[in-house]
Ligand binder design. Structure first.
Ligand code: 3PG
Length: 204
């Protein structure tokens, strides 16, 4: 089993995190890990993101990766910060090659057959299906997965606590991603750990 496969099978849900304040990094990771969600995607959408990755890595049990990685320069920064896996909203030749050359577990975004074929050409067969709901939802992924029967996905985008189990019931889905675990605003760590516990209990 490849390392990205192992990571995708660790928990049914990968929280997609947008963290503005580095002081929140540790308590947030602790709450999610306590609830059973140990794979954490820190999006590079805030100035604090790389420091957030460094902080979250100190939390025992957390497997911390970088999300919203869109080019080789961000890839390098994310690796340098200690990311254990990389997620991208899409797949370009330059980013794909750089990620494969680096050897880091990589989950690029795909939403059509051409994207998947570009990934397969690079030796990749684990993808984020993004934006999952807007790109046609479960019927779209079913159609897309059919010709690529060895490929597995982490659908992300528009998924909620109520819809996650429908996605997870698909054979082609190993886990799903979502930002619903950490609502915007001042964090309620007890509620976050509770939400993580419910998400971790969903069957993958
Ligand atoms: C992502 O980057 O994966 C998405 O922004 C997450 O989508 P969601 O906010 O709809 O869960």
């Amino acid at each position: 089993m490849s390392r990205i496969d192992e990571i995708m099978r660790t928990a049914p849900v990968i929280p997609v995190l947008v963290v503005e304040d580095v002081a929140m990094a540790r308590p947030l990771a602790e709450a999610l890990v306590k609830g059973g969600l140990t794979v954490l995607e820190v999006t590079l959408r805030t100035d604090a993101a790389l420091d957030v990755i460094r902080e979250m890595k100190q939390v025992e049990g957390a497997i911390v990766g970088a999300g919203t990685v869109t080019n080789p320069q961000e890839l390098e920064q994310a690796i340098e910060a200690g990311s254990e896996f990389i997620v991208s909203p899409g797949l370009t030749e330059t980013l794909g090659r750089a990620a494969v050359d680096s050897g880091i577990p990589f989950l690029p975004g795909t939403a059509n057959a051409g994207d998947i074929m570009r990934g397969l050409d690079l030796g990749l067969d684990r993808f984020k299906f993004f934006p999952a709901t807007a790109a046609g939802g479960i019927p779209a992924l079913k159609s897309l997965a059919a010709p690529f029967h060895k490929v597995r996905f982490c659908p992300t985008g528009g998924i909620t606590e109520d819809t996650a189990s429908d996605w997870l019931a698909m054979d082609s889905v190993l886990c799903c991603g979502g930002s619903w675990l950490v609502p915007k605003g001042s964090p309620d760590y007890v509620a976050i750990a509770e939400g993580a516990r419910r998400a971790a209990a969903l069957a993958a």
